[in-house]
Design a protein around this ligand. Structure first.
Ligand code: ADP
Ligand code: PAZ
Ligand code: K
Length: 244
């Protein structure tokens, strides 16, 4: 059994795998890391490996307490990945984006793939049919947009996610909801249209904390899977075992 852990900038997500089957999945806050991992390992005592991808402020040391119990694999750029990295600054590429690209390459062979991760940030990652990873885009995620409007203005309130009544917001609140939610959806559909124009045959994978909210609002057809990063972590680990 493998315990995969994804440390994002908002929350931690974890899942236990037996082969490619998910036996359990978990979401928790960063300050609960040690306590939650302990609980998971108590429930799944046959876990032999813990695989981590972290883009948050949690480093390898945070997992050393579990070293006696199972092998810790803290993924880095030095690990083997199943694509050719054409990013011009590969050392600064987020490890979460590398894992997503690995999952897309392994799960959807020989086709153009666009992975959209709607998390703290929205990340777009493009891997072509020859398994070249080219990069994509980074923009503020849904929650971050609400927070940024509030934190960097004097008069805008901090609102919780709400579906706007119309694209013409007729109150301050409705104007914010329209700007944030419609802007978010239009941006993603706009990027997808741009890729579709240039790459006729390709698959779009949508993941991240806003997957479900977003999936039903996009005009484009996508493959939505909020567990895609954890599944990709498991696959990246299997790939590492076979290629190290
Ligand atoms: N309980 C929740 N706590 C925080 N964010 C949530 C929650 N439920 C849904 N979200 C949405 O998930 C997004 C963060 O996604 P997530 O994948 O958890 O981020 P990250 O991987 O960067 O930590 C936010 O934009 C927010 O709208
Ligand atoms: C872009 C990100 C902040 C996204 O993080 P997330 O939304 O998943 O928490 C992360 O992938 C990162 O820190 N990337 C480094 C810069 C880059 O990928 O080029
Ligand atoms: K992201």
């Amino acid at each position: 059994m493998v315990l995969t852990v994804d440390v994002g900038n908002t929350r931690i997500k974890a899942a236990v795998f037996e082969g490619s089957t998910v036996l359990g999945s978990f979401v928790f806050e960063k300050d609960q890391l040690e306590k939650e991992i302990k609980k998971i390992l108590k429930k799944f005592q046959n876990c032999s490996d813990l695989v981590v991808a972290s883009v948050g402020n949690i480093e390898k040391q945070s997992f050393l307490a579990f070293e006696k119990q199972l092998a810790i694999h803290f993924l880095t750029h030095e690990d083997p990945f199943p694509f050719i990295n054409k990013y011009a600054t590969p050392k600064t590429l987020g490890i979460d984006r590398m894992v997503l690209a690995a999952g897309a390459t392994l799960q959807f062979p020989k086709q153009n793939r666009l992975v959209i991760d709607a998390g703290t940030c929205i990340t777009y990652d493009f891997i072509d049919e020859s398994d070249h990873y080219w990069g994509g885009a980074i923009s503020p995620g849904l929650r971050l947009r609400y927070e940024a409007l509030h934190n960097y203005t004097a008069r805008l309130p901090l609102l919780s996610l709400e579906v706007p009544e119309s694209y013409i917001g007729n109150t301050t609140a409705q104007a914010i909801h329209s700007g944030v939610v419609n802007g978010f959806v239009y941006e993603i559909d706009g990027f997808i249209d741009e890729y579709r124009t240039n790459f006729p045959n390709f698959i779009i994978i949508l993941t991240g904390g806003d997957t479900d909210f977003l999936a039903k609002r996009l005009k484009n057809t996508i493959f939505a899977n909020s567990n895609f990063l954890l599944e990709s972590l498991n696959q990246t680990f299997q790939y590492k075992i076979n290629n190290d």
